[in-house]
Write a new protein. Sequence first.
Length: 388
Amino acid sequence: MKALTRVVTLDSGSQARIVDIRANLGVGDATLRVHGLSLTVSRETRDRVRPAIRNSDLSWPEGVVHLTASTAHPRSDVDLAAAAAALLVTEAVPARRLTATALIGELGLDGTVRPVPELRTRAIAAAEAGFIHLVVPAANAAEARDVPGLTTVPVACLNDLVSWLREGPTPAGRPESREGASPTASWSPEAWARLSPTAVRAAAVAAAGGHHTLHVAAPGTPVLLLPRLIRALMTDLSDTEALEASTWRFLAGEPAPDRSEHLRPPGVSLLPDDTIAAVARSLSRPGLLTLAHRGVLTVENLTEFSARIVEVLRPALEHGTIGITAAAGAETRPAGARMVFTARDCLCGSVRTKTCRCTPAQRARYLARIPLWLLDRVDLFLQEVTVA
């Protein structure tokens, strides 16, 4: 089992950076090992996260939890993201609400979430990077509440985060729909302003024509806003289509949508850590491809996916269906979603291009991970470069 969470942190020059925290469960004693951070931060994170989980009456995974950060940095604000990854790796909490979510906060040994400095700077960077939810210490919540397009989730302790991840209400926050806000509320003038005119035109074409889209952009570009806009521009489902979508959700064990949302096209996200089983599922339970039928499927960070997972998407791209084969028989299911593939144009996690350390050769090798057959089946290719 693998897990991925994100944190918006500040480097030594107070520049915001998106850091990925990946978790893997290994064989051995029930311990925590932290990799990729500075020695001091690694030691402090290890010494806080495990006691915080145990003192919150949560079970520690049976085995060695390896946490790896994508970028080293000098601050100890990754505790909340690290704890979420450790809980996620053993399925103690579900992953769905962590899609397009960033977590910021330092943990106390008793599980309390301590405030962090310069939260507003981080919140603005999170919104610019396309995150929908931002989990913050309750003491800092007021600093981030007025950032456009971002739903703030204030947590006072680790148990507040666990409750929210288990589909509980947002603690002291705003009401939210399946994607963080209603389709109309999401598109305030401030939200529109964060998209380039080219991206808006691409969204309109994709929504009207049912086209698949590949969006390659520099780190910090709000790529996750594109699929949200495509879904907002799509017309409502008919009663028959809405009933079909509700049936698939019921078979998958998903909660029914709100009454105001039941005619809206579904929105589903596919992450690099999702398995083939999650994408296709079984004869008795539909997977993510079927749940996204007649809606939008966001394939986030395409270059981080394994070739096997990407290959599973081929029949859906070509025919709008997916075949399920098992010992009990075979079945063809609908998978006709508008797919939006997002990819960064380099490995660097820097929000601003001027701080990027990647060479042109490294960028080319990174983008070469996108298979040629997929490029042939994508109708719209949008590439944006941030020069700020």
